[in-house]
Design a protein around this ligand. Structure first.
Ligand SMILES: [Zn+2]
Length: 392
């Protein structure tokens, strides 16, 4: 880890001198990119299945960086595949090395407070220079506040959020930590709960959860997540990085969160498979399907609950079932451990923990309301990559 970070650090200093920001054009594939740069195609074919997968996550329209020498030979390229991870192709004395590495960014915590003038989108873009914050805010308040109907001119709004900064520019989607919106002189709060990545109000009642508890209405779970399991067909010990749901053939399968389809097609033993990329480095995978949902194509943005496909028996499967996996930054994550938002609200220990941190954020929101309006106020800066280097 230390080596990688030091390497990244030295690279970034080179970077600012000569790197170029490029735009991944429609129709460019990883293989044509290699060809164009005189990199042997074996670089791709020698990758393991996971890394080959990652390559399919490059989108048209992605901004990436290249460093070339005076003869235009590619020295290094960094291609983002999500907000958190990127592909690195590094020219090590003529031999190209492929790696998937974390994206180096600065995380800043900011607040903004303003009185509504024209629309949330227009006002927030004018103040922050970024339109994504307004989209996030609308998504957080989802059913609670209808931003077009409920809000009046001069209603007050305050937001505390974290924003990523990469190479001097805002990077990715801001993460709202807490927000308050005034509707008919009543304050409506939304506070992020890191325990389940959902939003709740000041009484621990849910606003919106990031994940659905299950992607399907199932009859039973036939196999759970485990690092060691005897494979029923191959008769060898293999980890099972997912949950197998049994249901009737053709039962619709839903995306567990908002995101973007990064793969829709046949994938070896998984048969017909859809992979969705979500916020914060999460991915979900749905396999053995009999067919795809309408409009499910690579690159498509989809909402939570959208049908990605239908239960089937395609690929290496012993009977009709859904194989469902979750990944956090490309590591398999046990879906049972992802706590989805509680419908009726938090209870017991979860409620106590949430309320303790929510009170602090609520007080912070009340304090900033009306103070230095129409300005972004920086609360804190976290430069985690550099911190790792100095502490080693
Ligand atoms: Zn499975």
């Amino acid at each position: 880890m230390r080596l990688v970070l030091i390497f990244l650090f030295s690279f970034i200093s080179l970077w600012s001198l000569e790197s170029q920001e490029m735009w991944w054009k429609r129709g460019t594939t990883f293989l044509t990119y290699l060809e164009k740069n005189n990199i042997p195609q074996s670089l791709y074919y020698n990758l393991n299945e996971d890394d080959q997968d990652v390559v399919h996550m490059i989108f048209a329209g992605t901004y990436y960086h290249e460093l070339r020498d005076e003869k235009q030979t590619l020295l290094h390229t960094l291609i983002p595949i999500s907000e958190e991870m990127q592909i690195s192709i590094y020219n090590n004395n003529g031999t190209y090395e492929f790696n998937v590495i974390p994206i180096d960014y600065e995380l800043v915590r900011e607040s903004v407070t303003f009185k509504l003038q024209s629309s949330i989108l227009y006002d927030l873009k004018k103040i922050t220079g970024n339109s994504k914050l307004a989209i996030e805010l609308a998504s957080v308040f989802n059913d609670r506040v209808d931003f077009r109907q409920d809000l009046r001119k001069d209603d007050e709004i305050s937001i505390i959020y974290e924003r990523k900064v990469r190479l001097g520019k805002t990077w990715g989607t801001p993460n709202i930590k807490a927000a308050v919106v005034e509707v008919n002189k009543r304050k409506k709060y939304a506070i992020f709960n890191p325990e389940d990545e959902g939003y709740y109000d000041e009484n621990a009642k849910p606003l919106k959860g990031m994940f659905l508890k299950h992607p399907i209405q199932y009859r039973r779970i036939s196999s759970r997540f485990t690092h060691r399991r005897l494979h029923p067909i191959l008769k060898i010990y293999r980890p099972h990085y997912g949950v197998d749901y049994v249901a009737r053939y053709g039962t619709p399968i839903k995306s567990v969160a908002d995101g973007r389809v990064v793969m829709a097609g046949r994938k070896g033993g998984y048969g017909r498979t859809v992979i969705v990329q979500h916020k914060n480095g999460w991915r979900s995978l749905y396999a053995h399907m009999s067919g795809y949902g309408r409009g499910i194509k690579r690159g498509r943005k989809i909402k939570q609950g959208k049908i990605v496909g239908f239960l089937g028996n395609s690929g290496l499967s012993t009977g009709a079932h859904l194989h469902f996996s979750m990944y956090k930054n490309h590591r398999p994550f046990n879906p049972a451990r992802i706590k989805s938002v509680k419908k009726g609200g938090l209870r017991g220990k979860a409620k106590v923990t949430y309320l303790a941190s929510a009170k602090v954020l609520q007080a912070e929101l009340d304090k900033i309301m009306g103070v230095s309006p129409d300005k972004v106020v920086r609360i804190a800066s976290l430069t985690w990559a550099k911190e790792h280097i100095t502490t080693n």
